[in-house]
Design a protein around this ligand. Sequence first.
Ligand code: LIP
Length: 278
Amino acid sequence: MAEQLLAIAVDLARRAGALVAEGRARAGLDRARLNVQSKSTPTDVVTAMDRASEQFLIGELRRLRPGDAILGEEGGPQAGSTGVRWLVDPIDGTVNYLYGLPQYAVSVAAEVAGRVVAGAVHNPVSGETFLASAGGGAWLAAPDGPDRRLRVTGCTELAQALVSTGFGYSAADRAVQAVVVAAVLPQVRDIRRFGSAALDLCFLAAGRVDAYYEHGLHAWDYAAGGLVAAEAGAELTGLHGRPPGEELYVAAAPGVAPAFFALLTGLIARPDRHPAES
Ligand code: LIP
């Protein structure tokens, strides 16, 4: 069943990706054509293409998988009766999309009985599709060659770890997140902020970063990318050893995971404390 759900996730992520990329190209430099509106804060935006992409995804899922539940970023939860739930982010990295930065993706994941078993993250600009099924490994399908198996890096030194992260939309959350990232930065190789959680997790899987963390994500942001990262050998955790989730999402190559998790746990518990003081 996981492979059947994965095939649907890959196909829909790619087709929705083509839809949003066409919409971005039509808008060109005229952002007004994207009908941008704000959500939780003035910087938390949604475009007409977010809505069009989600409407497409939901319509296709209802056609292909009638009775499945669906959770979408823009439309919220829709109950089902089959035990399968789809988690869709119609454009992850909406601000990048709005500014024409090439780091955004459509993320589609399928849960069975509450466990993510298939996921696809497609970046229509690069043409890359990151995909995974539970127990089936993580793969990158790209225009430049055959599908390749993904594996996280062998990084073992925190000071050599390239770390990606992201920040919330509220000024109060960002003030706390700034304290944490300021304390992380001297402890690692460097920080990257790509602007899409789904792609951050897939880049970890592809060995493009060694670790990733973020507070305040939603399930549709991380459902597919988290499976891709786990199937590529990443270790994942939340706060105080709880499962990764909206409170805190941490993922790292296994050689650096213990030190990275310890650093973050210490900081998150007391964001005002610098690790050097501990
Ligand atoms: C985005 C996340 C990203 C986070 C952004 C935003 P969106 O999701 O993928 O990691 O840092 O603040 O939440 O809003 O573009 O779907």
